[in-house]
Design a protein around this ligand. Structure first.
Ligand code: SF4
Length: 427
C-alpha cells in the first residue's frame, strides 16, 4: 500500500525550502503526495507567526484538522515552523490531537518520525529522484544574531548557524543535475553567512564558489540586512555574470525614531547611502524592500517620512505589513498605540504608492528585450522571471521549461510583464 502525505506551508522562502525538502525525502521513501489532508496518512503543517494574521491562519488550519483524527485515528499530524517554540505545553493543550511539534526547519525530525512510525525504509531507488524545480531554494544558514525588537523569528530560529560551503556546493550540484538552473541562497540574515564557521568564509566567497558550478545560470540570495551588506557582497553581484542584479534589502521604516525603537541598528541616512552605493556599483539593480507601518509610537510625521523615502528611492518591490505585536518580543511591551484603522490606512497608502512606482518602473521596459528563465506553464502561458526578478509571461510553442528566452516586453503592469519571444537565448 502506498502511504500518502499532505504538506501545508505558509511563510518565508525558508519554510518553502524546508517543505520541499520534506516532500523530497518522503518521495524517496516511496510515499505519495496528496492535495487532500483527509486522504493523507501523514499531514505536515509548516507554520509562520511573523504576523498575527499568519498565526491565526496556522491555528485555523490546525483546528480544521481535528475531525481528521476522529475519522482516521491512525493518521498522524505534525506541526513544524515558527508556531513551535521551545515550550510546546500551551500548544499541546490547545491541540491535543497533534502527534508531534517540531521546531523550524527540523526536517530530519519529521522524516525520522515518519520512518519510525511506519517503519518505512528507502523502497524506491535513489535515482528515481524527481526533477528539481527550475528555480530552487537552498538554505545556507539559519537563525539571526540581530535584535529587531518586533521580530519573533530570531526567538524561534535562534542564533545564526551557517552550513559548511561543501554541503551547500554539493546540494547545488545535485539540484543542477536534476534540472535546476537557478538557486536562491537563503538565510534570515544571509549577508552574515559564514562568520560562525572555521576560517570565517563569507557570502561573497560563497557566491564566487557557487558561481563556478556548470549549467547553473542564475544565483540569487536573500534576505539581506543593511548592517551586514558588505562591499565584498556588492562587488560579487557586480562582477559575477550569473549572480542576478536583484537585492532584497529591508529598510522597515523611513524615520530614525522608529528605526531606533525597532532596534534595526542603522539610520535612514546610512540606509540611503548604502542603497546609492549599490545602484552606483550595480547599475539597473532591482531592489526590493520591506516596511512595517503602525509601529508603536509611529506618528503621522514618522509615517510620512517612510512614505517619502519610498516615493524618492523608488524600489522595484515593497513588501508592506501593518505592525502586530508578537509574544515574547521587546516591542510587545510597548503600547500598541496606532489604531487598526490607522495602520490599515497607512498600509493602503504604501500599497497604492508602490503600485504606481512599480508600474512606472515596468513601463520603462516596454519594447526592450529581457532575458527570462522559464519556470513553468501558468494558465496556458509560459511563466518565468527576469534577472531583476520580474514576473514575465509569454505565449510560444514548444517546451520552454528550464530554458532561457529573449522576450520583447509588449505589456507592463505593476506586478508582471507580458511579451513575445524574439529568440531562444543561446544557453
Ligand atoms: S534581521 Fe531582524 S527582522 Fe530579520 S530575522 Fe533578524 S531579528 Fe528578525
Amino acid at each position: 500500500m502506498v502511504m500518502k502525505y499532505h504538506i501545508w506551508t505558509i511563510g518565508c522562502q525558508m519554510n518553502q525550502a524546508d517543505s520541499w525538502r520534506a516532500a523530497e525525502e518522503l518521495d524517496s521513501l516511496g510515499w505519495e503526495s496528496t492535495a487532500r489532508p483527509e486522504d493523507a496518512d501523514l499531514v505536515l503543517l509548516n507554520t509562520c507567526v511573523v504576523r498575527q494574521s499568519a498565526e491565526d491562519k496556522a491555528c485555523g488550519r490546525l483546528g480544521s484538522l481535528k475531525p481528521l483524527k476522529r475519522h482516521r485515528p491512525q493518521a498522524a499530524i505534525v506541526v513544524m515552523g515558527c508556531l513551535v517554540s521551545e515550550d510546546t505545553l500551551a500548544l499541546e493543550r490547545s491541540f491535543p490531537f497533534v502527534d508531534l511539534f517540531l521546531r523550524p526547519s527540523d526536517v530530519e525530525g519529521f522524516i525520522g518520525f515518519a520512518a519510525e512510525r511506519w517503519r518505512t525504509g528507502p523502497s524506491s531507488s535513489p535515482d528515481a529522484a524527481q526533477d528539481a524545480p527550475v528555480c530552487a531554494y537552498v538554505p545556507v544558514m539559519e537563525g539571526c544574531n540581530n535584535h529587531c525588537t518586533y521580530c519573533i523569528v530570531r526567538l524561534r530560529r535562534g542564533r545564526e548557524q551557517s552550513r559548511p560551503i561543501d554541503d551547500i556546493v554539493q546540494e547545488v550540484h545535485c539540484l543542477v543535475q536534476r534540472g535546476a538552473r537557478e538557486v536562491t541562497l537563503l538565510g534570515q540574515n544571509v549577508d552574515a553567512y559564514g562568520h560562525d564557521l572555521p576560517g570565517q568564509p563569507n557570502l561573497a566567497g560563497l557566491l564566487r564558489t557557487v558561481h563556478e558550478i556548470d549549467d547553473l545560470w542564475r544565483i540569487r540570495f536573500l534576505t539581506s540586512h543593511p548592517n551586514d551588506m558588505s562591499e565584498r557582497i556588492i562587488d560579487a553581484v557586480a562582477e559575477l555574470g550569473n549572480v542576478c542584479e536583484h537585492i532584497e534589502l529591508p529598510v522597515q521604516a523611513g524615520h530614525d525614531f522608529t528605526l531606533k525603537r525597532m532596534g534595526r541598528g542603522y539610520t535612514v541616512d546610512q540606509y540611503r547611502r548604502l542603497l546609492s552605493r549599490i545602484r552606483e556599483r550595480v547599475p539597473g539593480a532591482a531592489v526590493a524592500t520591506d516596511v512595517i507601518v503602525g509601529f508603536p509610537g509611529e506618528t503621522r510625521d514618522h509615517f510620512q517620512a517612510t512614505y517619502d523615502l519610498l516615493a524618492q528611492e523608488r524600489f522595484d518591490v515593497v513588501h508592506v505589513a501593518a505592525y502586530s505585536p508578537r509574544p515574547g518580543t521587546p516591542a510587545a511591551r510597548l503600547e500598541d498605540d496606532v489604531t487598526s484603522p490607522e495602520k490599515e490606512r497607512r498600509r493602503r497608502l504604501v500599497e497604492e504608492l508602490q503600485r504606481q512606482v512599480s508600474s512606472e518602473i515596468n513601463h520603462r521596459l516596454l519594447g526592450s528585450a529581457t532575458e527570462v528563465l522559464v519556470e513553468e506553464k501558468h494558465k496556458g502561458r509560459w511563466k518565468g522571471r527576469s534577472r531583476g526578478n520580474k514576473l514575465v509571461f509569454f505565449d510560444y510553442d514548444g517546451d520552454w521549461r528550464g530554458r532561457l528566452a529573449q522576450v520583447e516586453i509588449t505589456r507592463a503592469g505593476p506586478w508582471s510583464l507580458l511579451g513575445k519571444v524574439i529568440a531562444p537565448h543561446p544557453a
